[in-house]
Design a protein around this ligand. Structure first.
Ligand code: AMP
Ligand code: MG
Length: 390
């Protein structure tokens, strides 16, 4: 058996960046920016007022000073005329500050009478001007590769970038295996269950940048599995679920081998999810996940998410581990690295009492996978432990 880190290294050797494509900004959130995006303008493009008030010359802005209002500057409409001493221009937020003015006195600090204004005694001394280019300047970059957030999209729009070069979405084919499975919404026979982790995995993969195809369920026969693999051709990543143990009906390994999958490894020293295999299927990477719903989901987080990051050009690294304090004492751990379903709240992590790898209700309740290293000694409440955020 190999460790989780060794398994990840194998998996990283099966995948690489997929290249890029251009998409409109409206489709770019959650995608990975492939190249640097460059601003083609300064923002703001002119010195802009940050308040409603009066644009004046700072040197003249003394308490009690009087000005004649000679015009108006609103957002989208600059005041073009010259300003002389004693002149003020009525100005609104976002408007260009007129030439000759270098301060905006907020309207709350002004008494107006016709076209005359008098500054109040207690003046707010701030200039209330956003200098030209104070957010960014022409040529400034948003650097790729970078997973684009909603804030990034706003910034790109402001930079006048209407189309962005993003990493191609990994095409993932999901193969569910088992005579016992039916799809949600179908009527299961007395010995059947609903395929569940298939949908959980699709959701997880799609959330992390993939375009996931759910293939028809492969029954536990060689021909059924072979045709499922056929349907998966063209994918960047083929993921099978179940059938990967050593039972009589666990045919994935054999069929994959017959189809030329070079097996990179088979078993990983982890809980849950020990039976895991991977290899190369044509130009695609192939990963065989265990069938137990929670095992499959845990492996999705621990292995598939980092693979998707590599494919999108974000580099090869395990998921980041966070730290919390253990909520209660724990006995010595087992020989395999254990990803325990747990709840983190206010920095305290508490493993769920039931850790059976078939319990999706427990997984849904959890917001973390607490990691106990292999052969972890007994732990005390308050000890620092690592976890993955779900
Ligand atoms: P296997 O690895 O095929 O022996 O499956 C292990 C367990 O996971 C069995 O109880 C299967 O019924 C169950 N299982 C396999 N695939 C799925 C699936 N897609 N959704 C839910 N349960 C599954
Ligand atoms: Mg099975």
């Amino acid at each position: 058996m190999i460790t989780v880190d060794q398994a990840l290294d194998h998996l990283f050797s099966l995948v690489g960046p997929l290249g890029s494509e251009t998409v409109p900004l409206t489709d770019a959130a959650g995608r990975v920016l492939a190249n640097d995006a460059v601003a083609t303008r300064d923002q703001p493009p002119f010195a802009a007022s940050s308040m409603d008030g009066y644009a004046v010359q700072n040197a003249e802005a003394q308490p009690g000073a009087r000005f004649t209002v000679i015009g108006e500057a609103a957002a989208g409409h600059r005041f073009d005329g010259p300003m002389a001493p004693g002149h003020a221009v009525r100005i609104f937020t976002g408007a260009p500050v007129p030439e000759g003015a270098d301060r905006v006195v907020i309207q709350e600090d002004v008494t107006r009478d016709g076209d005359q204004i008098t500054l109040n005694d207690n003046l707010d001394g701030k200039p209330y001007i956003r200098p030209s280019g104070s957010d960014f300047k022409t040529g400034d970059c948003l650097k790729g590769p970078r997973l684009l957030s909603a804030s990034d999209i706003a910034l790109l729009a402001s930079m006048n970038v209407a189309q962005v070069q993003v990493a191609r979405m990994p095409d993932v084919a999901l193969i569910s295996t088992g005579d016992e499975l039916v799809w949600p919404g179908e009527t299961p026979g007395p010995d059947q269950i609903i395929a569940s982790n298939t949908f959980g995995l699709k959701a997880l993969l799609d959330q992390h940048g993939a375009r996931t195809r759910i293939l028809p369920i492969a029954r536990d026969t060689r021909p059924a599995l072979e045709s499922a693999f056929e349907l998966a051709r063209g994918a960047d990543l083929v993921v099978t679920i179940g059938g990967a143990s050593v039972g009589d009906h666990d045919l994935v390994g054999d069929v994959a081998a017959d189809l030329g999958v070079e097996r990179a490894f088979y078993k990983v020293k982890m809980r849950p999810g020990k039976p895991l295999m991977a290899g190369r299927f044509g130009s695609a990477a192939m990963v065989g996940l265990p069938g137990n719903p929670v095992s499959a989901m845990v492996c999705g987080h621990v292995f598939l998410r980092p693979m998707l990051r590599v494919m999108q050009g974000l580099g090869a690294a395990p998921l980041s581990r966070l730290t919390a304090r253990l909520g209660h004492d724990m006995p010595q751990g087992g020989p395999r690295e254990h990803y325990m379903r747990a709840i983190v709240k206010d920095g305290i992590i508490t493993p769920e009492p039931r850790q059976d790898s078939a319990l999706l209700s427990v997984l849904a309740d959890a917001n973390a996978l607490m990691i106990r290293p292999a052969d972890d000694p007994a732990r005390k409440a308050g000890d620092a432990v690592h976890y993955l955020s779900l």
